[in-house]
Design a protein. Structure first.
Length: 179
């Protein structure tokens, strides 16, 4: 989907668990989502997106899915944002399906940190590229993606429920270095 800026755990054996960490500058932890996060995730969806929302049932399914990673940014007991990355079996690409940052934390670097974490998670799953769709009119999100190295690869006409077009972006991910 897209990163929205304008206002209006699963098991520890999953590869993403190795990517978790604290961001010392803001004290925000990015971790796998848990069932206890569902209320906050559902509320953030409602505040962030006028349409094309992920349902509570789908959020619950994504938390436990082996073909998805739903990660949250939390600090001082409050949800700052989240993202969902999808993995298709046999594909070398991952898809950033959705990402959102709460109004009160926009502009603080949380979106950039979530995006960096999504790239790390995709690499941890052996993916060589990350793709996404973003509303063509979401200039702030597009700038963030471009700063992180995403490039346009296409467009979907009438992609969103309200008829808005989507810009397709992709980023090649550097291979993980073996230690």
């Amino acid at each position: 989907m897209f990163l929205e800026f304008s206002g209006d755990s699963a098991s520890t054996s999953r590869p993403v668990s190795r990517v978790a960490g604290w961001w010392p500058v803001s004290g925000v932890q990015i971790r796998d989502a848990k069932d206890e996060d569902l209320d906050g995730l559902e509320a953030l969806e409602a505040r962030s997106f006028a349409s094309d929302r992920i349902s509570r049932r789908s959020l619950r399914r994504l938390i436990h899915s082996r073909s998805a990673s739903l990660r949250v940014a939390v600090g001082r007991g409050e949800l700052h944002g989240y993202y969902v990355v999808l993995f298709r079996k046999g594909s070398s690409r991952a898809r950033l399906y959705s990402i959102a940052v709460d109004d009160g934390h926009r502009g603080s670097g949380v979106g950039s940190r979530l995006l960096a974490d999504a790239e790390s998670v995709a690499r941890a799953h052996g993916r060589r590229a990350l793709r996404l769709e973003v509303r063509q009119d979401n200039v702030i999100a597009i700038r963030l993606y471009q700063r992180r190295g995403f490039e346009p690869i296409g467009r979907y006409v009438g992609y969103y429920e309200d008829g808005a077009d989507a810009l397709r972006l992709a980023k090649q991910l550097p291979e993980r270095r073996s230690r």
